[in-house]
Ligand binder design. Structure first.
Ligand code: NAD
Length: 416
């Protein structure tokens, strides 16, 4: 019998878990009932947030398997660090296959894996465990993206022809936790961490409404990466300090700037282009997402820092540093944009509603692990291109086993 309600368990109780929990005030037919995090304090804090917001009477568990064994838990959201992906999914698959508990589905945060081998392993494990799978790419659920795509395709494309260029950029001043900065742990630098959003959002915009993903076929990728800011001794010292001396950007940097151009062929054989830019060295008010979609007689633009709400604080308002106005906020005074409801604007509410409703209907979500694999394939081809300084025809030989030099800890643009 189909379920009418889901109990959700979240794996990882950090930054992204808090976003999901806050988004849950807009999600129906499911409650957050469990948190597992090896850091018990983090787990307790996340569970307390869920209870405070009344989005579920969340408990903490000693292990993923214990959480699965609880009959109250029907689906899992993976929000643990990238370097734990495969071990987390292996534990889930093992527990389900051994009959420790029953689950309907699993969702996983971006990126699905640190490389193609890991991403494909995630897909293989979820299939083996016979679970529905959702890939958590929030930007394809962002209201401005969804509504913008709908309008442009219905009016512009229907009359003047389909769009030919999608641009997407995600930029901020750098991640909040030391593990993101370590290529070996995270899988790369900003290209892996943030271009995963941009390539997928732009691909989504260019895809005709309702058409399957494979209607656009990647033909080639040209990418560039560099470390523009964080390898400077002053900034490298900040990273070293924040990580208790572990992160060494003088010897082992990751890219803090990257761009890519992906050429696709549409159904009629015409070329359409995705252009992305990402950086960890953007100093503005905070996180800035910009998107564009361009066609023969129309265009669309989104800039999340062009928010409707702005506040002004004079130089006499010298408050504490915070992230209360916008994600990755860089300042507290002057004219500041505020994203009034980040969980809505960035797409988390619509994303989680879609995942829950798909699982309840017994359907595979529209954004799933296969999309996560495709994104990883594009990113790894982008690293190949940036490392060699050439355009890479897609799919390139060796993609299955490719691990970027950044992820091996051997990339150093100044060390040549
Ligand atoms: N969609 C987005 O825009 C977005 C934004 C931020 C992070 N993310 C993704 O979410 C994931 C987590 O990022 P974060 O910013 O929350 O990191 P974080 O470091 O703030 O939190 C991660 C949490 O996972 C816990 N953890 C460590 N090992 C674990 C394990 N084996 N099992 C369960 N939990 C474990 C840590 O103790 C920590 O509390 C990453 O994959 C990241 O790429 C996505």
């Amino acid at each position: 019998m189909k379920k009418k309600y889901l109990g959700i368990g979240i794996i990882g109780g950090g930054f992204i878990a808090r976003f999901h929990i806050r988004s849950w005030v807009g999600v129906r037919d499911a409650d957050i009932l469990g948190i597992f995090d090896p850091d018990e304090k983090r787990a307790a804090e996340a569970a307390a947030l869920a209870r405070k917001l009344k989005v579920g009477n969340a408990k903490t568990y000693k292990s993923i398997s214990d959480m699965i064994a609880d009959p109250a838990i029907d689906a899992l959201w993976i929000g643990a660090p990238n370097y734990t992906r495969v071990e987390v999914m292996e534990e889930i698959a093992h527990a389900v296959l051994k009959g420790k508990g029953e689950l309907v589905g699993v969702t996983c945060e971006k990126p699905l894996g640190r490389n193609v081998k890991e991403a494909r392993r995630m897909l293989e494990l979820v299939k083996k465990a016979n679970l529905l799978d959702g890939y958590l790419e929030n930007q394809v659920f962002a209201p401005a993206v969804v509504r913008g795509k709908e309008i442009v395709w219905a009016r512009g494309a229907a009359i003047a022809g389909p769009p030919f260029l999608a641009r997407a950029a995600e930029e901020h001043s750098g991640p909040h936790m030391p593990w993101f900065w370590e290529g070996t742990l995270q899988g790369g630098g900003v290209l892996n961490d943030m271009m995963c959003h941009s390539v997928e959002e732009a691909r989504f915009m260019l895809t005709p409404p309702g058409a399957p993903r494979n209607v656009l076929k990647p033909v080639s990728i040209t990418a560039y990466m560099n470390c523009l800011k964080w390898q400077e001794p002053h900034y490298a010292a900040i990273l070293a300090k924040n990580s208790g001396g572990k992160t060494d950007y003088l010897k082992r940097p990751a890219e803090d700037f990257a761009r890519s151009l992906v050429e696709y062929k549409d159904k009629s054989g015409k070329k359409v282009i995705v252009e992305t830019t990402t950086s960890w060295c953007y100093i503005g008010a905070g996180l800035r997402l910009t998107m564009e979609l361009l066609g023969p007689e129309y265009s669309l633009q989104i800039n999340t820092l062009d928010s409707g709400l702005k506040v002004f604080f004079s130089r006499n308002v010298m408050g504490k540093e915070g992230e209360d106005l916008v994600e990755k906020q860089n300042a507290e005074i002057g004219l500041m944009p505020v994203v009034a409801n980040e969980e809505t604007e960035y797409g988390y509410i619509a994303e989680n509603r879609h995942m829950v409703q798909s699982f309840l209907a017994g359907k595979r979500p529209e954004e799933n692990f296969s999309d996560g694999v495709n994104v990883t394939e594009l990113l790894m081809a982008a690293y190949m291109s940036a490392e060699k300084g050439i355009t890479i025809p897609f799919p390139p030989p060796g993609l299955d086993t490719f691990v970027p030099a950044v992820a091996q800890g051997t990339w150093n643009p100044r060390g040549k």
